[in-house]
Design a protein around this ligand. Sequence first.
Ligand code: S3P
Length: 167
Amino acid sequence: MSAVPAVVLVGPMGVGKSTVGRLLAERLGVGYRDTDDDIVAEQGREISEIFLDEGEPVFRTMEKRAVRTALAEHDGVVALGGGAVLDPDTRALLAGHRVVYLSMEVEEAVRRTGLNVARPLLAVNPRKQWRELMEARRHLYEEVATAVVPTDGRTPEEVTQAAFDAL
Ligand code: S3P
């Protein structure tokens, strides 16, 4: 286990976890890690390919393992994929960490991500998909969060500052 619990970023796809995560890590003088990147590196293929080849449940198993490993090995900033909080064991694992939920409204999400074939969950009818995703997940993000930072209308630098202040 790492000596200092990591700062974890959660929130929906496209909210800026990677950008803010890197900026926040720089600001804190610690490393940055992203569980999606870990899965891509380990598997040697993109997340969209894993979804297509093996389906979402297989991806979720990989994700659960990647989160557990990242939190055990890394004491900097760790960004999780948008759906990582769906898993109850992952949510339990987050207890005791500083968890910043980067939030955004549905319309902002639609505007930022649009129709996105690289994001398998948004490949058809993104507005409807976003509404459903947010309804299913908002309370899970809130459950694990020790701080909530709204991102609508804010630059990555402003969001980073707000996240830093909230730690
Ligand atoms: C997903 C979010 C993605 C990626 C996968 C599934 C989700 O990560 O893990 O496409 O279920 O919301 P980002 O939130 O980093 O885009």
